[in-house]
Design a protein around this ligand. Structure first.
Ligand code: NAP
Length: 278
């Protein structure tokens, strides 16, 4: 398959570059494929003639989205509509990566795909609108994921390791529950999904759940670092954007479709620590 990947400088796009062996990958830089420009999207898709487009590009800075809502809407929602139209014209499949932040977090059991959404942030609202835009392409897969990280990229793992290396005391929230998910696991699962033509809305996270504090503890334990780490509450650490208190996603629908390549979050963390380079 010829595969066009947006957001080439991001951490998930990098994982796809490493993991999608056997396919022809095209990952234009943002100067070529700027998602804020409809004409750029149309001309790149027309020129590349992809079988599959994986939209990894997004305005992912959740707090900044609150003050830059217009730009967030353009990148996370409007651009997805432009991609959907361009994919439709090429009869390509569109894979849209979405987020657990489409839920409000008041749930008490893992969210299923058909549970009502109710985002509590600009980021979540724009990503939800992105899902609706992606669904305008007749062949689409919307993969909701959560708490993405890997050995590369700007993410919680690297923030924790850098802070500990500087000897900083760390207070990390212990009242938000979710599933840390490695970019490499998601990339492997999306590869199978594309090859087998899975469609619709799918929850695609690593298995199990923890809090951000539990995740930090596991990181330091895995690396043998005696960090100065303590738990705090969301109320102790106010941020511009609200986050769901509970955003674990139920992956049953995906597991029913074919090979399950999403490991338990803790095993996935150990893989990243033991094998940082793929
Ligand atoms: N990270 C998470 O925890 C998480 C959780 C759930 C879902 N997701 C979703 O997963 C997908 C991949 O996220 P990620 O973690 O790989 O994020 P990421 O590392 O921030 O990558 C997103 C990329 O999109 C690029 N981008 C921003 N504006 C663009 C534009 N106008 N044109 C082209 N590219 C643009 C960014 O470039 P700059 O850095 O230069 O702006 C960045 O390289 C996104 O759809 C995200 O919403 C992420």
């Amino acid at each position: 398959m010829r595969v066009l990947v947006t957001g080439a400088s991001g951490q998930l796009a990098h994982a796809i570059r490493l993991v999608w062996a056997g396919h022809e990958l095209v990952l234009p830089e943002e100067s070529v494929l700027d998602l804020s420009k409809e004409a750029a999207i149309r001309s790149v898709v027309t020129e590349v003639r992809p079988d599959v487009v994986v939209n990894c590009g997004a305005f992912t800075q959740v707090d900044r989205c609150e003050s830059e809502a217009e730009l967030a809407h353009k990148i996370n929602a409007t651009a997805v509509g432009w991609l959907a139209e361009a994919c439709e014209a090429q009869k390509a499949m569109l894979i849209q990566v979405s987020t657990d932040y489409v839920f409000d977090g008041t749930g008490t059991r893992p969210y299923r795909e058909d549970d009502p959404t109710n985002p509590v942030s600009v980021y979540g609202r724009t990503k939800l609108e992105g899902e609706r835009q992606a669904a305008r392409c007749s062949r689409h897969l919307i993969a909701r994921t959560s708490w993405l990280y890997d050995a590369w990229g700007k993410n919680f793992l690297n923030t924790m390791l850098n802070a500990a290396a500087q000897g900083r005391s760390l207070r990390v929230v212990d009242d938000q529950r979710g599933a840390p998910t490695t970019c490499r696991a998601l990339a492997r699962q999306l590869k199978v999904a594309a090859e087998q033509g899975w469609q619709g809305l799918l929850h695609t996270t690593c298995a199990g759940e923890t809090t951000w504090h539990g995740f930090a503890q596991a990181i330091f334990e895995a690396r043998g670092i005696a960090a100065d780490l303590s738990p705090c509450t969301t109320a102790d650490y106010p941020t511009p954007a609200k986050r769901p208190a509970y955003s674990v996603l139920d992956g049953s629908r995906r597991r029913g479709l074919g090979p399950d390549l999403m490991p338990d979050w803790h095993g996935a963390l150990l893989e990243v620590i033991q094998q940082p380079v793929l």
